[in-house]
Every structure is written in C-alpha cells, then in structure tokens.
Write a protein that binds this ligand. Sequence first.
Ligand SMILES: Nc1ncnc2c1ncn2[C@@H]1O[C@H](COP(=O)(O)OP(=O)(O)OP(=O)(O)O)[C@@H](O)[C@H]1O
Length: 274
Amino acid sequence: MSTVHEFKNTILKVENVSLNLGGNQILRDVNVDIRDIVRPGMSQGQIVGFLGPSGIGKTKFFEILAGLIKPDSGQVLLGDPLTPVQVGRVGVVQQSYPLFGHRTVLGNLMVAAARKGIPAAERKAKCEEMLAHFGLEGHAHRFPAELSGGQKQRVAIAQQLLCSDHFLLLDEPFSGLDIIMIEKVCELLRSIAALHEHNTIIVVSHDIESSASIADTLWVMGRDRDDQGNIIPGSRIKHTYNLIERGLAWQENVMSRRDFHDLVDEVRGLFKTL
Ligand SMILES: Nc1ncnc2c1ncn2[C@@H]1O[C@H](COP(=O)(O)OP(=O)(O)OP(=O)(O)O)[C@@H](O)[C@H]1O
C-alpha cells in the first residue's frame, strides 16, 4: 500500500501543559501536536497510539485533552483553525461504555445527533448510516442491556463520533477482548479514520502491539532522570514514533512483519527505562 503523504496543518496542539495533584507533579511541560496527514486520492485521518507504564499520567493527560480537567498551566488547542478545547468537542469512549439504559441503540444515537445540532429531519438517516457503518443495523431497537460487550463498545464509539468534532479518545479499547474481537476493533478504528480527512483517533492502551498495528504515530509517556539516575517528577511525552517514516503505517498484515516486531520490542524495552 502506498505511503505517499504530506503533513499539513496542525489540528491538535498541546502547549506546555503541567498538572499537580495532591502536592505531586503529575505532568510537566507536555508539548506535542498532531498534524493533518494528507494522502493523494483518499481521505486519511490520523491515529495516535498513546502508551506508557501504569500510573505515569495517561488518564490525567487524556482528561486534559478532552477538556474534562484543566491543567495548572498550558493549554490544548484543536481544529483548523486551532481554538481552545471545550468539553464535547472530543468524543471520549471510556471502558465502561456508558449508554442510556432506557433508550434503544437508535435512541442513544439520536440523542447524540441532537446534541451535535444535526437538524431533526436529518437525524434518523444520519444515525441509520452510522448503524450500518458499525454493523449494528440489526440491533437498532435493542436496549444496551441486550448487547454484548463488543456491541456496546461499537454503539459508544458511534455515539461519540456523532456528537463530537472529529476527535475521538478511546480508553483501553482492546482490554478484555479476544484476539478476533481485537482485530475487529482495529479494523473499525482504521475505517473511522478513513471516513473524514480530519478524523483523529487517540488510543490509550497497554497493548503495544494492537495500538502500533493501527497507528501512524505512537506517543510514549515517561519521566526524565537526573544525572544520578533519580526520577524527576512530572511526566511528558518522551518519545514520538513516526510509523509512516518506518514504513509501518497503513500496511496490510503489518503484524506479520519482522520490522514491526522490532518496533514493538523497542517500545517494550523503552518502558523499562521510564
Ligand atoms: N486525585 C488525585 N490526587 C493525587 N494523585 C492522583 C490523583 N489522581 C491520580 N493521581 C496520581 O496521578 C498519577 C497518574 O495517574 P493516571 O491515572 O493518569 O495514570 P495512568 O498512566 O492512566 O495509569 P494506568 O495505566 O494504571 O491507568 C498516578 O501516580 C496517580 O496516583
């Protein structure tokens, strides 16, 4: 598959974000950005895999990216042109998939479409289009309690995609799924990225292999050490891997490639130093 591409405008920018909690520095001067990737003849969104050891600050950074909590300093800018993040612009898919239990699958999507301001006359068609894209047409009139975990996850992703502004944050989307389901989720996320030029998906995960198999970029969060090897409090994005440059983005069967496994080993090795 061709990797001819250009990086265009920055569509997400994190500037000098720091966060303290309970007297501890959690994040320190985090600076990172995502640029719109353009490929000839297709709409190509962005997928970032966001990795880091447990307790490093991924969840807190995720909440700041979504505008759910404010950093002590710094800011997050989104869109084209860039403007400060506000709650609702970034779709957040939590592991628990919170859906309205008293509404059907279609009803849940209709609420999201209304929240986004899609005109009433167009809502049903838009929601049905989403249901078809997510392979949920047969479940439109079911209630969340009647769905499997994987089906609930797809409804939650569709719902967040409908009511947000091209940005989706997913918290551990592969957790608790078997290998076939993980492949399906990977396929779904790739297809969402291809739905719109600006669609940008950030996947927070402990699963290095699955994240790397769909990402164009990996962010690894970690802390610095001083000259004596002591940890300096406050995490930042310590390493950014450009998988396009490595020829590993947008490749069929990338997981069967030796250079892909070398990358996964490299990231795993890096974790031990963070
Ligand atoms: N309300 C709080 N007050 C003080 N410290 C907190 C608070 N919430 C989180 N922390 C600390 O902030 C750090 C980062 O937590 P966070 O949940 O962001 O880590 P994480 O990378 O998402 O971890 P995991 O991968 O295990 O979910 C942890 O050391 C945690 O103990």
